[in-house]
Structure formats: structure tokens, C-alpha cells
Design a protein around this ligand. Structure first.
Ligand code: NAD
Length: 360
């Protein structure tokens, strides 16, 4: 029986529309193969929305997303809007979307593809086979804790304050997302904190340890964040799934991503409680190459695969889409950002056509 899904498409700015077009084509083809019907609905966000509607996140866009089963986002931003006041900046639209959908969990895989191993700045034997998932808490911790601000002390000196705080419910809900992700992967979860110094981290560690009882097939370990940073660079293959708070996750997910060396290949997922998740590449809108058919659409396509896996629970279709990305790389197709000697350089559209051929 055909399964039906509503997908909101937020193409945004810069290379966004180009890479989105490729992702939509491959999703349609995947739909035909797996008896899935996707009803796509376009909505405005970022600079494009500022230009057309005077705000980076029009209310209709949020409503379209809320009514959907999943949201596929490309990228927002560009030089044109860089000097606008904060409420008229493309990034404000992105933050509003995350808040509006209650997206508290950010999943960022860092996978070293054998075909692109030389793009990494680390030695082949260190990175070969790396396949890590960083699960970062997205709506709590030091970025949101109160009190925060720059205050004057009694002596009149200025003092900057932020507060790192996590409640049990906040830790538990991100913990469960991470245990479930680890279950779907190889069953190893490493929780990263700073429990030797921070009370907030001690509570984090206690709760994650307590949750482990509900996930007997997952092997749990703990690391302090300074050690985790070292271990990521020393021997990344020891990690499978990592769970951590907002600040540590911000830094560690970028470090893990850069093990791969290629920003045009990295997808991400942001999930909430029950409602639709947002699936988007890690990279920005690349205004320097926009409209030139030079963009690498593979991070967008891999984001669509995450949408199938984590947003719609269609693991087999997700596997197939990820396989097709490996196949086009095996066939030697490369966009300029991942080009190397002896390979076949193609543009964004031709990469999309190559993907469709492998899906046939
Ligand atoms: P960027 O990721 O857009 O670009 C960095 C470099 O990587 C550029 O040289 C670009 O050409 C290249 N690149 C990025 N994605 C690529 C792809 N798919 N294929 C080929 N090359 C690619 O980062 P930036 O230049 O710092 O930011 C540009 C704009 O994007 C800014 O307005 C920024 O605020 C915004 N941005 C948006 C997001 C998002 O939408 N989530 C994330 C980061 C930056």
C-alpha cells in the first residue's frame, strides 16, 4: 500500500535552490521505487523570505512546517543581508524555526567515505572506517541558561555572565534520542561531560547512567570533554555514537565533521518531541558559487536520506539513497569541491543526473 508523506521544502538562499532541486528529484525516484508518495510544499525562509515577505520566517512557513511530516531545508544567508539588524537576518529565521518546532536534538554524522579519504587532514590509517554520530542537545545548556548578560559589579567593573543549566527532563529526553540512535547503529554510546568540575555535568552523568538500564543492548561509556576532544583526533574509530550538551556538542560536532575534510558531504538532522524534524546540510549557502552549477548536492541528498531514516522511519529507502551516493563516487563523479586527479568533474545538475541513473 502506498504510504503518503507531506514534506516541507525550504530552499532558502545561495546554492539552496540548486541543491534542493537535486534532492527533490532523487526523493521522487526513491518514492516510485518504495511505494512512498511525497507531497512537497515549498515555503520561504532566510534572505529570500526577507526580500519577499519582510521577515526571515513568515508565519505561513512555520505553519507549513508544523503541518508536514518532515522538513527538508537547504541553506540560508548571503552577503546582501549581512549588515541588517538582527531581526532581519536570515539566521534569525533558522533559530525561529528550531524554536517553533521545539527541536532539541541535533544529529550530525561524520563518516569517512573510502572514495574521499584523502580529503581528510589526518593520516589514512587514523580516519579509514570512521563512522561517528554526534547527538547534541540544542535548546538548553549555557547558550540559554539564566541569568545571562553583561552586568556592572558594585565596583562598577563590567562582568559577563552565562549559566550552564540542565534539568532532569532536558537530559533525559536528549539521552533517550541518543540511546535510540546508538541502538540503530552499532550499539556503543559515549556520553561527554565535564563532571570532574561542573555540577551540571554531574547531574548529566547520573541521569545518562540511570537511563542505560532501559537500553540493555547499548554499551555506555563516559568521557570528560577535554579527553573526548583529544581522543577524536587521536583515534576517532573508537567512537560510534556520542551524546553531549549544547556547548560541548557545538565544538565536538565541528571537530568530528572536519575529520572528513569535505563540507559539501555532511548532512544533519534536528529532532523534536513527536513533531516534524528538520533535515539540512551542515554547510551554508555558499554565495561565492551560487547560480554557477558548481555546488555539491550530496550533503543535501544525504540530508534527504536522514529525513527518510529518522523523520519517516523508512530505513530501507534511506539505505538505498546512501548507497547511490557511494555509487556515483565509485563511478568517479566529483563536483569541484571534492575533485581529485583522475576523476570526472561535474556540476550540480550532472551529479543529480548521475544519482538518478544509479537509482534506476
Ligand atoms: P559556507 O558553508 O556557505 O561556505 C564555506 C565554503 O565552502 C565556501 O567556499 C563555499 O563555496 C564552500 N561550500 C559550502 N557548501 C558547498 C557545497 N555544497 N558545494 C561546494 N562548495 C561548498 O559558509 P560561509 O561562507 O561561512 O557562509 C555563507 C553564508 O551561509 C553566510 O551568510 C552564513 O551565515 C550562511 N550559513 C548558513 C548556514 C545554514 O543555512 N545552516 C550554515 C552556515 C553558514
Amino acid at each position: 500500500m502506498t504510504q503518503q508523506f507531506r514534506i516541507a521544502l525550504l530552499s532558502g538562499d545561495g546554492i539552496g535552490p540548486e541543491i534542493m532541486a537535486v534532492a527533490v528529484d532523487v526523493l521522487k525516484r526513491i518514492g516510485q521505487k518504495f511505494d512512498l508518495q511525497f507531497d512537497f510544499e515549498d515555503a520561504m525562509i532566510g534572505g529570500a523570505a526577507i526580500d519577499q515577505a519582510g521577515t526571515p520566517l513568515p508565519e505561513e512557513t512555520l505553519e507549513t512546517c508544523r503541518q508536514s511530516d518532515a522538513v527538508l531545508l537547504a541553506a540560508i544567508g548571503g552577503y546582501k543581508w549581512d549588515t541588517q539588524p538582527r531581526h532581519l537576518r536570515p539566521e534569525t529565521g533558522l533559530l525561529g524555526l528550531r524554536a517553533g518546532l521545539g527541536l532539541f536534538a541535533n544529529l550530525r554524522p561524520a563518516i569517512i567515505l573510502p572514495q574521499l579519504i584523502d580529503a581528510s587532514s589526518l593520516k589514512r590509517e587514523v580516519v579509514e572506517g570512521v563512522d561517528i554520530m554526534v547527538v547534541r542537545e540544542l535548546t538548553g545548556g549555557v547558550y540559554f541558561g539564566e541569568p545571562k548578560g553583561i552586568f556592572a559589579t558594585e565596583s562598577g567593573e563590567k562582568r559577563g555572565v552565562n549559566t550552564m543549566a540542565y534539568s532532569v527532563s532536558e537530559i533525559d529526553r536528549i539521552g533517550r534520542v541518543a540511546f535510540e540512535a546508538a541502538q540503530k547503529r552499532s550499539g556503543k554510546l559515549c556520553s561527554v561531560d565535564k563532571a570532574n568540575v561542573l555540577e551540571v555535568s554531574q547531574l548529566w552523568r547520573d541521569r545518562i547512567t540511570a537511563l542505560a538500564a532501559d537500553y540493555p543492548t547499548v554499551e555506555l561509556s563516559h568521557l570528560y570533554v577535554d579527553n573526548a576532544a583529544m581522543q577524536l583526533l587521536r583515534w576517532p574509530k573508537q567512537f560510534d555514537t556520542i551524546v553531549t550538551g549544547n556547548l560541548f556538542g557545538d565544538i565536538l560536532s565541528d571537530a568530528a565533521a572536519m575529520l572528513t575534510g569535505s563540507i559539501g558531504m555532511l548532512p544533519s538532522a534536528s529532532l523534536g518531541e513527536g513533531g516534524p524534524g528538520v533535515f539540512e546540510p551542515v554547510h551554508g549557502s555558499a554565495p561565492d558559487i551560487a547560480g554557477q552549477d558548481k555546488a555539491n548536492p550530496l550533503a543535501q541528498v544525504l540530508s534527504a536520506a536522514m529525513l527518510l531514516r529518522y523523520g519517516l522511519d523508512q530505513a530501507t529507502a534511506a539505505d538505498q539513497l546512501e548507497q547511490s551516493v557511494l555509487q556515483v563516487l565509485d563511478q568517479g563523479y566529483r563536483t569541484p569541491d571534492i575533485m581529485s586527479e583522475g576523476m570526472l568533474q561535474v556540476g550540480c545538475r550532472a551529479m543529480g543526473e548521475a544519482l538518478l541513473k544509479t537509482l534506476d
